[in-house]
Design a binder for this molecule. Structure first.
Ligand code: PMP
Length: 401
């Protein structure tokens, strides 16, 4: 599998890096890199408005990419798929159009989880400030699970939106998203699910999840940076106002009045990231060929080895321990050892991990720590990688204590 990823091609005199920073971004397979080159060499033209053949080819490839994303998420229709630059843009879009539409008003409540990424907290805080709504935060249980009882107690007729991740990018634990959306629906709240840490690791079916909105970023699923999608239920997107204004999102423009395009174009002002979106679909096809159940089993095995190996190291605290909700990453905290020092020593041993608060400062505050060292796996990682990471961690900790 690593041979499909040119990043791992050995350079003369250099040993191969053990790349365990996949939750931040993944490496790209050859087919994705080739698709990017093919796009610019063969079909580069602006989409939707051209009469010429190359523009038609680009438009067809772009809309085929949308169909691919739609099928990947099991969406009801490709009209529900809006291309974005990633999760952050998708969440901001939803928060802002909900404010614009008056669907969230003074006194209303937005519910988020303690382990949310900043991109699933700050846009909601901004919305609350703008309209006078209140942010409610679901606590974690002592074993760092989403506190379902506290959540259901928090829900009321004032709850307008519930926004949670499928998997926390700092803890690596999966939330009971299906139950969360079901309970939200009972009080008439909208749900936004952040799939950033899910789509590369488990089969996602947005209809089974039962959410109103779903976001993911292309670069975390073997695709290019600056790509991603927001799925929104068709009738909802129809009823919400547009966000950015410009070309493509209009039907007719006069100085007196403008009417808007149909979905999904109403939300895609300006020239889209044509190359990126086409190549994102190639990345999703790569994942489909590898098979998500196979990827899931492979990664689960590696993570089990990581958790077991890290827990054997003296003083190492694995956040979430051997929780059955564990997904494809593991965060550790070692009292008296700064995560940055550990990460730096691991880097010197050619092991790439991520250290810090992982854009989850409120979670770190709740845990009473400043950061963690995070090991996250992807389809190309091997047992040898895990073995090398564990033995390097042991050596690094010996040096630091
Ligand atoms: N949510 C989660 C759970 C994430 O892990 C990340 C990226 N670390 C994001 C949202 C934001 O993704 P992006 O920066 O690609 O918009």
């Amino acid at each position: 599998m690593k041979t499909d990823f040119p990043f791992f091609d050995p350079l003369p005199g250099e040993s191969e890096v053990v790349y365990l920073d996949n939750a931040a971004t993944t490496q790209k397979p050859r087919c994705v890199l080739e698709a990017l080159q093919n796009y610019y060499c063969r079909i580069n033209a602006n989409v939707h408005r051209g009469a010429h053949r190359t523009s038609r080819l680009a438009t067809e490839a772009h809309e085929a990419a949308r169909r691919c994303v739609s099928q990947f998420l099991h969406a009801a229709s490709e009209r529900e798929i809006l291309f974005t630059s990633g999760c952050t843009e998708g969440i901001n879009l939803v928060a802002q159009v909900l404010a614009l539409s008056g669907r969230v008003r003074e006194g209303d409540e937005i519910v988020v989880s303690t382990d949310a990424h900043h991109s699933n907290i700050v846009p909601w805080q901004m919305l609350c400030e703008r309209v006078g709504a209140k942010l409610r935060v679901v606590p974690l249980t002592p074993d760092l699970s989403f506190d379902m009882t506290a959540y259901t107690d928090m829900l009321s007729s004032r709850t307008r939106v519930v926004a949670v991740p499928v998997v926390s990018n700092a803890l690596g634990l999966r939330l009971p998203v299906e139950e969360i959306t079901r309970a939200a629906k009972e009080v008439g709240a909208l749900t936004l699910i952040d799939g950033a840490q899910a789509v590369a690791h488990e089969m996602v079916d947005v209809q089974t999840l039962g959410c109103d909105f779903f976001v993911f970023s292309g670069h975390k699923v073997y695709g290019p940076t600056g790509t991603g999608a927001l799925l929104g239920k068709e009738e909802l997107l129809e009823s919400l106002p547009p966000w950015k204004g410009g070309g493509e999102m209009i039907n007719q423009v006069t100085f007196a009045r403008t009417t808007y395009n149909k979905l999904p174009f109403k939300y895609e002002a300006g020239t889209p990231n044509i190359a990126g979106n086409i190549v994102l679909a190639e990345a999703l096809r790569f994942v489909q060929r590898a098979g998500l159940p196979t990827i899931h089993e492979h990664e689960k095995k590696l993570v089990r080895q990581l958790v077991a190996g890290l827990r054997e190291l003296p003083g190492v605290h694995v956040l979430g321990g051997d929780s059955p909700q564990r997904s494809s990453l593991v965060s550790i905290h070692v009292p008296q050892v700064h995560h940055y020092d550990l990460g730096t020593l691991l880097d010197q041993m050619n092991i790439a991990v991520r250290t810090g608060h992982h854009c989850c400062q409120p979670l770190m505050q709740a845990l009473g720590i400043t950061g963690t060292t995070r090991y996250s796996v992807a389809v190309y990682n091997t047992e040898e990688d895990i073995h090398r990471a564990l033995s390097a961690t042991r050596r690094a900790l010996d040096m630091l204590r």
